[in-house]
Design a protein around this ligand. Sequence first.
Ligand code: HEC
Ligand code: HEC
Length: 223
Amino acid sequence: MMAFISDRRRSRTSVLLIALGSTILSARADMIVTDGMQPWETCAECHGLDGISVMARFPKLAGQRFGYIAKQVRDIRAGRRRNDGGQMAAIAGEIDDNDLAKSAAYFAGLPPPPPDPSLATDSEDWRRGAALYRDGDAVSGIASCGSCHDDAEPNRPDAPLLKAQHAGYLAKQLRDWRSGERHNDLSQTMPAVAAKLSDRDISALATFLASQPRLGPNGAPAQ
Ligand code: HEC
Ligand code: HEC
């Protein structure tokens, strides 16, 4: 999994990808004729038309909450969220509130992604992730993730669905909350939660979460 690549190699790789990503994007923004296209079709280049992106660096949006999707794009547009490696900045700057609402509704309404079947659900890491998610850890002061995310639905509409997300994406977000690179949680919960997580906890949580089915709009898990 991505989390196992050494930090130094990772950051060099992502600088490269960022440079590459923004060049491609700025070239495209001028060249592509978007008249007559649905606003979410440009999003689909990275996030997939079915909202189930192939690459872990693009989060899956299918079945994600409408309000969360809209908030993240607004945060990126306003510069409150900057941990996307500059890849969302150009498109977020161009989309108006009306097209954003349409795109968020489109992705939120898609069937949720299936869990990642390649992850071993009997590993020690997975079991630790499952326990942390459900109960937290009183000794290290780690809050139960499930008290706000996924299973807490609909008590915390501001908390995104995490299950069936790419493990690599989840782990990166937790590291970004911990390092302060991502700081757009209005409730200020996530920086405090992530500060208590070790690298091993992060990898365990990401593995567990990616292996779990996401709840569908009617509260039933996707197959
Ligand atoms: C060039 C690729 C690209 C395009 C096009 C793109 N995105 Fe993204 N998007 C990303 C990347 C990369 C991230 C963040 C990765 C990170 O934080 O590590 C992201 C993050 C997001 C997030 C945050 C998801 C979460 O779980 O926190 C949302 C919501 C989102 N994009 C919606 C959109 C919408 C809506 C559009 C179209 C208007 C769009 N994106 C177009 C690459 C793209
Ligand atoms: C008290 C509520 C609360 C608890 C407890 C909590 N979270 Fe969160 N979490 C949030 C909120 C709210 C956000 C969205 C912040 C924003 O608007 O960007 C979030 C965002 C996230 C994200 C970003 C997801 C994405 O799609 O980008 C991850 C990953 C995450 N939390 C993981 C965890 C894990 C793992 C735990 C347990 C160790 C946990 N959270 C505990 C409220 C909580």
